[in-house]
Design a protein around this ligand. Structure first.
Ligand code: APR
Length: 250
């Protein structure tokens, strides 16, 4: 075999070995092997005749708070019934290994589940908010994570307005501190892993593009081609739970 041509996984492993400050940018595909449907597949069962663009929007909320709350509560309950997959665990392990050598692994996710955290990762940015970050729609007071599972829809104990899901709806601004942390991490990293995202939703998808323009090597993990594959130094074709453990093992 011609040893000068290493296979993509070996090239990716070399990049991971050489990196000190890794950013892992994840999307819905990261949680697929935990059994969590991607955003567009979530509309099964009783929700199949609802439009996600309506349910996940300020107008949808204003039109029917009880229905939108029930949909997010069901998604939160589904997340609680699943487990982090081998991919989530591999990212947490890689962070521990890099920390020993003074390096870092920062997680920037578009996902609203808490599987990275439950696998042991610290999440630097939840760009689209989180299922377990309910808050008052009027006074913005944050509620404990488990309030996301309460039925019927609860009211704010302080001002009496409605508690709303903690996710970012279409048309809403991303949380400023999460965006700033994600942008800073992207600017200072020396390797970006892009895992399980179609790369079509902005401004989140702008982050890999900024890494690319800065000349930062990018490894993509995705069974399909995405809008970000064109930016990848090493595109790895496969799933998060299969490839991330292979990338992380030292
Ligand atoms: N491992 C890795 N990637 C996977 C896997 C897997 N097991 N299964 C699917 N994928 C890939 C798909 O090929 C696709 O490219 O994950 C990607 C999922 O794309 P989307 O469903 O568009 O999810 P995402 O990119 O996270 O969407 C971004 O849009 O729906 C809104 O706000 C929502 O945060 C979400 C944002």
């Amino acid at each position: 075999m011609n040893h000068s041509v290493t296979n993509p996984l070996d090239r990716a492993r070399d990049l991971v070995d050489a990196a000190d400050r890794i950013v892992v940018f994840t999307g819905a595909g990261m949680s697929a092997e935990s059994g969590i449907a991607t955003f567009r597949d979530a509309l099964t069962g009783m929700w199949e005749n609802h439009d996600p663009m309506v349910l996940a929007s300020p107008d949808g909320w204003d039109a029917d708070r009880d229905m939108v709350w029930a949909w997010y509560r069901e998604r939160a309950a589904q997340v609680r019934s699943t487990e982090p997959n081998a991919g989530h665990l591999a990212i947490a392990r890689l962070a521990d290994e890099k920390a020993v050598g003074g390096g870092s692994v920062q997680v920037v996710t578009q996902n609203v589940d808490d599987l990275h955290e439950r696998a042991g990762s610290t999440v630097d940015a939840h760009l689209h908010g989180g299922l377990f970050a309910p808050r008052c729609e009027a006074c913005d007071r944050p509620e404990p994570p488990d309030v996301a599972l309460v039925a019927p829809r609860p009211d704010c104990p302080v001002c009496g307005a409605s508690i709303r899901p903690g996710v970012v709806w279409f048309g809403e601004m991303l949380p400023a501190t999460d965006w700033q942390r994600a942008d800073e991490a992207t600017r200072t990293c020396d390797l970006m892993l892009v895992v399980g995202t179609s790369g079509v939703v902005y401004p989140a998808a702008e982050l890999p593009e900024r890494a690319y323009r800065a000349g930062t090597p990018i490894i993509e993990v995705n069974p399909d081609v995405s809008a970000l594959t064109r930016l990848a130094t090493v595109p790895l074709v496969g799933s998060a739970a299969e490839l991330l453990p292979a990338l992380a093992e030292r």
